[in-house]
Write a protein that binds this ligand. Structure first.
Ligand code: NI
Length: 263
């Protein structure tokens, strides 16, 4: 069974058929999903999804584009959500210099605060970093030592991947690895041990080939696993099994019960 380590089923693109789609996951070989909050509303809806579906867990945190929503009061509200037994990570948090929606100093401030929050609650982190390779690594070297987590939708060079693996982090791989212009990520996958890779959709975004441009969903991770298997010259079953165990270990999810282990 596939483990989708990063999905956004709270997105309005799923409003019309969310229940139907999610009720098919098991049959389609998808066993566990982490729904990742990006905004305050997204965090709330992520936790709600965990209450409706036993196989969905949540990460809660505020995406760099949305950090304008954060103040001491809303930050305390996010912290409260971490007490929920099905919240298994802080995320997605990080830096986004591609859109630059919030001033960089604001992004950095809340990135650091949320890293500290993860440390305080002994939780892993889901990192979003776009066009901000140097600053993200710099912040993480200063503030994320000893933490665990995943660099989601990894878009940097193999050198950066090596740095994060050395720090004990995982590399999140999704639909982009199937794209013709996904050469850099293909190289990262080749060079990174399978024991450090996680499968992720980031759905509804970034559907793999042959669905590129359409709405993404966890079922399409079979295509991503297939491409990773091809690049690493192993069978697809191995990719699915190893990445699932990686994710269970990282997020502390018990294999048999689909329950959060006491960390
Ligand atoms: Ni995301």
């Amino acid at each position: 069974m596939i483990f989708d380590s990063h999905a956004h089923y709270d997105d309005e693109q799923f409003d019309a058929d969310r229940e139907q789609l999610l009720s098919h996951m098991k049959k389609e070989g998808v066993g566990t999903i982490i729904n990742v909050g990006a905004s305050l509303e997204g965090c709330k809806r992520s936790v709600e999804l965990t209450e409706q579906y036993p196989f969905i867990f949540a990460a809660v945190g505020v995406h760099p584009d949305e950090t304008g929503e954060l103040n001491e009061e809303t930050f305390a509200w996010v912290e409260q959500l971490l007490d929920n037994g099905k919240v298994v990570a802080v995320g997605e948090i990080g830096l986004d210099y591609h859109w630059d929606i919030q001033p960089r100093e604001v992004q950095k401030k809340w990135f650091i605060r949320q890293l500290e929050l993860a440390r305080k609650h002994n939780l892993p982190v889901c990192i979003h970093s776009r066009d901000a390779a140097d600053d993200t690594l710099h912040v993480m070297k200063e503030h994320a030592q000893g933490l665990s987590g995943v660099i989601h939708c990894f878009s940097y060079s193999p050198e950066f991947a090596r740095e994060y693996v050395k720090m004990g982090f995982y590399i999140g791989v999704g639909g982009v690895v199937t794209f013709k212009n996904g050469k850099k990520l293909k190289q990262v996958v080749k060079e990174t041990p399978l024991e450090r890779l996680l499968l992720e959709t980031d759905c509804p975004y970034l559907a793999p080939e042959p669905y590129r441009g359409k709405r993404n969903c966890s079922i399409y991770l079979h295509q991503v696993a297939q491409e990773i298997a091809r690049l690493k010259d192993v069978d697809v079953r191995t990719v699915v099994d190893v990445t699932r165990e990686n994710a269970r270990k990282l997020f502390g999810i018990n294999a048999k019960e689909n329950l959060k282990e006491k960390i």
